[in-house]
Design a protein around this ligand. Structure first.
Ligand SMILES: [Zn+2]
Length: 327
């Protein structure tokens, strides 16, 4: 099945621009899709290119039934080219750009436009970038290149200036969670609370949140133990994992737990984030440490906001053992 523009949520600006090219029947030779990892750039590129190849595209993209749509959905459209790093490499090498140029120099199989996705465009070797620049300066007729990049600053400015920019933005957490929950196997395997936490930790990127899901779930279990039954050794082991970099969103789970405990201990039950743990949290909330759960929340928040070079491991050890002194 071919994806539709209406399935790309939260990126109205980009989608409006792409729809406009389709309704006009022309697209720039070079488009630069930029923005955070995992916010829908690749999906949007596929929807757009499918619509460019389609013989009867509508307001919402490709028709899904014509010969070209069927070829595209079965990944065998001869006019669709995808340029990605060779196996084992993270960068686009010049060989890949040369292969693209050779394919483009041959006569097209179909009268549809020729379309190519290049990703990651911000990880091209200087030689690859030079070769691509030549192609963008003298593009073959009826060809559209989509460059996909997380960091535009890492692309040669002369390449950027040859492309129409299509920016993508991080999504509000609720929308990111809705998108992620709708992905195959996600909604069934993770609670809506874990999905939301992962989206918050990933700064509104459903794609990045997906990769964080197992860690976030694990992290939340560990911190639940810290707030209840963890031994001194388990606590030191957990603090040890905060050595060096703070990690991606590692404080999201513990901060929401501490916040929920502070709310529950003051009798508020309506604004809880970790709803699926409410009963357990109520039991823990009834046994506050010295100073109460709101102090735990504030201390943890302060540690999470410390600059990366701070010795978070030692701060956390002090925090953990202070918290175990029950009032
Ligand atoms: Zn079609």
């Amino acid at each position: 099945m071919v994806a539709r523009f209406s399935e790309i949520l939260g990126q109205e600006r980009a989608v409006d621009l792409l729809r406009c090219y389709i309704s006009r029947g022309t697209a720039p030779h070079g488009l630069l899709f930029s923005g955070e990892e995992g916010v829908g750039k690749e999906t949007a590129a596929r929807v757009f290119l499918a619509a460019l190849l389609c013989r009867a595209p509508g307001e919402d993209g490709a028709c899904g039934t014509c010969h070209d749509c069927r070829l595209f959905t079965s990944s065998s459209h001869p006019n669709f080219l995808k340029v990605v790093p060779k196996e084992g490499s993270k960068s686009l090498q010049i060989e890949k750009i040369r292969t693209l140029q050779e394919e483009l120099s041959l006569k097209a199989f179909s009268d549809r436009p020729r379309v190519a996705i290049l990703a990651p465009a911000d990880r091209m070797t200087p030689q690859a970038a030079n070769a691509l620049l030549k192609t963008l300066e003298e593009p073959p007729p009826n060809t559209c290149f989509i460059l996909i990049a997380h960091r535009v600053a890492a692309i040669t400015p002369t390449i950027v200036s040859r492309c129409q920019k299509v920016p993508f933005f991080p999504l509000p957490v609720d929308m990111a969670a809705e998108i992620l929950a709708g992905q195959p196997d996600i909604g069934e395997n993770y609670s809506s609370e874990i999905i939301r936490l992962a989206c918050a930790a990933a700064g509104g990127s459903p794609g990045r949140a997906q990769s964080l899901l197992p860690d976030i779930e694990n992290e939340r279990d560990l911190w639940m133990a810290v707030f209840t039954t963890a031994s001194a050794k388990e606590i030191i082991d957990l603090a040890e994992t905060f050595k060096g970099e703070g990690g991606d969103g590692r404080f999201t789970a513990p901060l929401t737990l501490a916040r929920d405990l502070a709310l529950l201990s003051s009798g508020v039950e309506t604004a809880i984030i970790n709803n699926d743990l409410q009963e357990k949290l109520l039991t823990i909330a009834a046994h506050p440490p010295v100073g109460g759960w709101d102090v735990v929340f504030k201390e943890l928040l302060a540690i999470s906001r410390m600059p990366p070079q701070t010795q978070k491991r030692l701060m956390l050890e002090a925090f953990f053992f202070g918290m175990r002194r029950k009032g």
